[in-house]
Each structure stands twice: as C-alpha cells, then as structure tokens.
Design a protein around this ligand. Structure first.
Ligand SMILES: [Zn+2]
Length: 427
C-alpha cells in the first residue's frame, strides 16, 4: 500500500506540461557553453531533450523529427535573475496601484511580466517582494504549466514597521489597511513574522536591514532593523529551511545583516572592506542590481512622478553601485546576477550584463553570475545553471558571440524552459 502511494506521488510529481511530454527534441548547437564554470565553448553539438530534461549531449548534429536549428547560434543554460518583483512595474501610477489593485489584478499583471521575462532568457527568477497571494498563485500556475513564465522562487517579506518594506505616504487609515502582517518590531515579533511568512507560502525570506531608495520616506539608507531583529530573522528562517535575502544599502546595515548570517545582500551600495571580509567569512552572495541603480538615477532627472524623498536618494546610488560591485568582485565576493526588475522594465533584465562588465567583470563571469553562481546561491545547482544529462532543459541561444560583446545577450534567438519552447528559433 505504502509502495503504491509512493509510486503515485512520484508520477504526480513528474507530471509535466503537454509540450514536454512529446518525443525527444534535438537541439543543434553551433557553439555550446554547457558549463559556464569551466568556460569551455564546444562546437557542433546536439542537446537531446526528453521529458523536460536534458537526456544527453552528443557530438555532431544528430536526431530526426523535432530538430531545433541553432547551428549559427551560441547556446547556454537558461539565465537566473535572483532579484525581481514580477507583479508590478514602477512608473507614474505604480504608487497608487499598490492600494487600488486587487491581488487578482496584480496576478494578471504578473502573467504579462512573467512571459516577457522568460522570453528574454530568464528561465528562473527569485521574486523578492510582490503581493503574497498574487505571486504565490503565479508561481504555482507556472509550475503546473497553466501560465508561461520562469520558475519562481517566491519570497515573503519580513521588515521593520515604518521602514523599507512598509508602505509610506498615505493617510493613517490606508497604512493600517495595507500594512503587511509580516512587518515586525523586536526580535520575538520578527521570529513570529518569519513563521507567518513561511506559513503563507514563502520559499525564501526577504528582509530589509536598511532604508530603500524607492520607499517614499526621507529616512535615509542607513540601518533600520536592530542586530537582534536580524539574528532572529535569520535563525528562524534557517530553522524552517528558508534562505534569507537582505536588502541593504548603508554600510552599517550591510555589515549587521552579514554578521547575522544572511545568505545574500541585495544592492550593497555602501560596502566597505569589513563588508568584503564578512561576505567571504560567511559565504554570503552579493546581488548587485546595477540596472535598478542605473534606472533610478536616470528617472531622478526625467520622471516628474518621482516623489522628492525618492528622487534625492535615487540621484546618489546609481554610480555608487557600479563601484561597489567592482570592489566586491576584486575582493573575491561571490556574485549572483540580479536586476530588481520592476524598477526597470520586465523583459529588459539582460541589460544588467553590460553594466556588470562596466564594473570590471568579464562577459564570461557575468554569464556565470546568471547561471552556475546564481544556481548555487538559490540552492538549485543540481537542477539548473548548467546543461548536462539530468539537468532541466532550460536552454537559451543568441546569434552573436556574447564573450566578445556581452550586449549580444540582450537579443534572444531562442528560449526553452523545462523542455517547452517559449521563444522559437524562427520568431
Ligand atoms: Zn527589489
């Protein structure tokens, strides 16, 4: 009886969308970077895809029937964006959207943004803050093949009352209505908030140890959560098997988050030598989000909808973030690719690659950050981030050589996610 139940469960877990259940697909790759860690580019290979996974990689161009011709393309594992917000996009009306759009409205917006994201080559994303019901519903609808989009690792947000992560700039009655129940004050309350976030379906915990650029308050970018609160968040999350990503700009808040043991620091604008030492001692990742810095610096000069409290912060951070990544990378800090898309437009995630090259990474290192390094950061290195037998058939291709010109990654020629084509080679 037990055996039968287990077998039934296993086959239920293996159920895949119809597209992936068809017979083998043969992808003819002119140039193939199967394992970005090695950096080895092979020529004239066939990737055999069956049941949503890579079943073999063969020499030469073999196979008949479902053949994808990428003989003149550069083929890689699908990209991972470790920092997006899929259910909204910043713009003139977005502050109002937060209090006027229902969870259903936001989920439908997310359907549109998810499709743009996966068609841009990002087959996995970490959503670090969206409306909870909306993002969990979208995550599950994509996972069961009902909606086209990237694999989503969805965060629950646990942050300080009145800090970044809370809502600002409305009258009190509105704030009381919309304030998330996973905001907290004090260590015990923050442990409660983490537990509630996990109960609500969070795959990962997002916290904010410092102020944020886009929160409509002049509270600055320094530390907002106490050391004790951060420790409580990390300990509680880890006990429940969840990683913690900490939004942090100011040096004090970056270092407090690292001391508390967060798994990643998002942004890291004002990192100092002590931060770099802590990153390495703790094995934490930096997720640089240069595209967000770039976008808000631009908007600070051109967008009349930007609140003054936001504008002042936005002017400063863009250029600082590029320099922070340069120092972190030179110092040997582990980097995972992340854009904070929603600040920039969904589907333009690949613009981050060129900004990372500006910060001194090689094009190959930027691809590593978006594949193998990010896969390890999210704990899915056995499934995604490289192409090999048994790995997910998350496969992208571009026509030009991205190792020569990284901006080639901004124009996708082909995208497959879990064996299903989401951007065909002849589109
Ligand atoms: Zn963000």
């Amino acid at each position: 009886m037990k055996k039968i139940m287990l077998a039934a469960m296993a086959s239920a877990m293996l159920a895949l969308p119809a597209a992936a259940e068809q017979a083998a697909t043969y992808i003819h790759a002119g140039r193939l970077l199967a394992d970005p860690a090695s950096g080895r580019v092979e020529t004239n290979k066939t990737i055999v895809v069956e049941g949503g996974k890579v079943s073999a990689i063969r020499d030469g161009f073999v196979g008949e029937g479902a053949v994808v011709d990428l003989r003149d393309a550069f083929v890689m594992p699908g990209f991972i964006d470790s920092h997006v917000h899929l259910t909204f996009e910043s713009g003139p009306t977005s502050r109002l959207d937060a209090v006027t759009k229902s969870a259903t409205d936001q989920a439908f917006d997310g359907v549109v943004f998810a499709k743009r994201t996966v068609r841009a080559g990002f087959t996995t994303v970490v959503d670090l803050g969206s409306e909870t019901e909306a993002i969990n519903g979208l995550r599950d609808a994509i996972a069961t093949g009902k909606v086209v989009g990237p694999r989503i690792i969805a965060a629950g947000g646990v942050a300080a009352h009145g800090g970044h992560g809370d809502i600002h700039g409305y009258r009190q009655e509105i704030l009381d209505l919309f304030r998330a129940k996973t905001l907290c004050s004090g260590a015990d309350d923050c442990a409660r908030a983490v537990r509630l976030a996990v109960q609500q379906g969070a795959d990962i915990i997002k916290t904010a140890s410092t102020g944020g650029v886009m929160s409509n308050t002049a509270a600055g970018l320094g530390q907002q959560m106490s050391d004790a609160e951060l420790v409580a968040i990390v300990e509680t999350a880890h006990r429940l098997g969840r990683k913690v990503a900490a939004h942090a700009h100011g040096t004090d808040g970056v270092n407090a988050a690292l001391r508390a043991g967060v798994d990643s620091v998002e942004h890291g604008t004002y990192i100092d030598p002590e931060s770099i030492r802590l990153f390495k001692a703790k094995g934490s990742y930096l997720v640089p989000t240069l595209l967000a810095g770039h976008t808000v610096s631009e908007q600070a000069e051109t967008a009349d909808w930007m609140p003054d409290a936001v504008r002042a912060k936005a002017r400063t951070v863009g250029p600082l973030m590029v320099d922070a990544l340069r120092r972190a990378h030179e110092g040997g800090v582990k980097i995972a690719f992340g854009t904070d898309s929603a600040v920039s437009k969904h589907g333009e995630n690949a613009r981050e690659f060129a900004l990372m090259v500006e910060a001194g990474l090689t094009p190959l290192d930027t691809i590593r950050a978006a594949t193998v390094w990010a896969a390890t950061h999210v704990g899915l290195e056995n499934e995604i981030g490289t192409l090999g037998t048994g790995k997910a058939a998350d496969i992208v291709a571009v026509r030009a050589d991205p190792l020569t010109d990284v901006r080639a990654l901004e124009t996708m020629a082909f995208v497959m996610k879990g064996g299903a084509v989401v951007r065909a080679a002849d589109e």
